[in-house]
Design a protein around this ligand. Structure first.
Ligand code: URA
Length: 241
């Protein structure tokens, strides 16, 4: 959460926060905070104000293998949302998915109650790469690799940033591949393959930034991020002070 939100929860007034910031009296892991908008987590970092530790519940971070048929929106009146897969012991109202996957897409979704994190990770400035395993209904060849490398143009004219295509198998009516993109346009991967003449029949996200889908998670299963993954979140918070 934002540092100012955390301090406000400890009944610190806005005026006192600003003064403490100027006095360099707010320390995040012993480093003076620069901004009250800094994203912090008391579970991953020690926050002190005038040498007193600020105590608050840690944020939650989960990795989910999204099943096909579920929506990644936080609420939907008609359809099953992935947040319904979170058990009551782990659930809270602030949980949300970092980024969206189409209803018929499976794979890696990060879920957290750290509000600013999703906005930061999805901001185009950070170019978080996403990798998908893809099956299509036609033949993929070197030309497709070249088109993806160059930057695919959608049928409506939109130009995509260069993407990396790795073909695993190819026959005239079925190919499998992995594609890595750095953007998040609507239906991006499906439209990219349509632009090279094939239709996606199966799509699964396997990587999001530094996070890899845990292959031991069945579709619909989730787990808390492990210590190594939490370290990546902490590094990310530190990098973006
Ligand atoms: N690209 C798509 O077309 N769909 C997704 O769900 C994700 C990326």
């Amino acid at each position: 959460m934002r540092l100012d939100t955390l301090l406000a929860q400890s009944s610190i007034s806005r005026k006192d926060m600003k003064q403490a910031l100027q006095r360099k009296a707010i320390l995040v892991d012993n480093i003076p905070a620069q901004r009250l908008s800094q994203n912090v987590d008391t579970g991953l970092q020690q926050i002190r104000l005038d040498n007193q530790i600020i105590v608050a519940p840690a944020h939650k971070y989960f990795m989910l293998n999204k099943p096909r048929g579920w929506v990644s929106a936080n609420s939907d009146t008609n359809k099953k949302t992935v947040l319904e897969l979170i058990s009551p012991k782990d659930f809270n109202e602030k949980l949300y998915c970092i980024g969206r996957l189409d209803r018929d897409t499976a794979g890696l979704l990060l879920i957290t109650d750290n509000g600013p994190l999703g906005f930061q990770l999805l901001h185009p400035q950070y170019h978080v790469n996403k990798t998908y395993y893809v099956e299509v209904n036609g033949f993929l060849d070197e030309q497709a690799i070249f088109e993806f490398q160059k930057g695919v143009r959608f049928l409506d004219g939109t130009l995509c940033k260069p993407a990396q295509l790795r073909i695993h198998s190819a026959t005239f009516d079925f190919s499998s591949a992995s594609v890595t993109i750095s953007e998040g346009k609507f239906h991006q991967v499906k439209k990219m393959f349509l632009s090279v003449g094939v239709k996606v029949t199966y799509l699964k996200r396997t990587q999001f930034g530094e996070f890899h889908l845990d292959n031991s998670l069945q579709e619909g299963q989730y787990r808390p991020l492990n210590p190594e993954e939490l370290k990546k979140i902490k590094n990310y918070l530190e990098k973006n002070r």
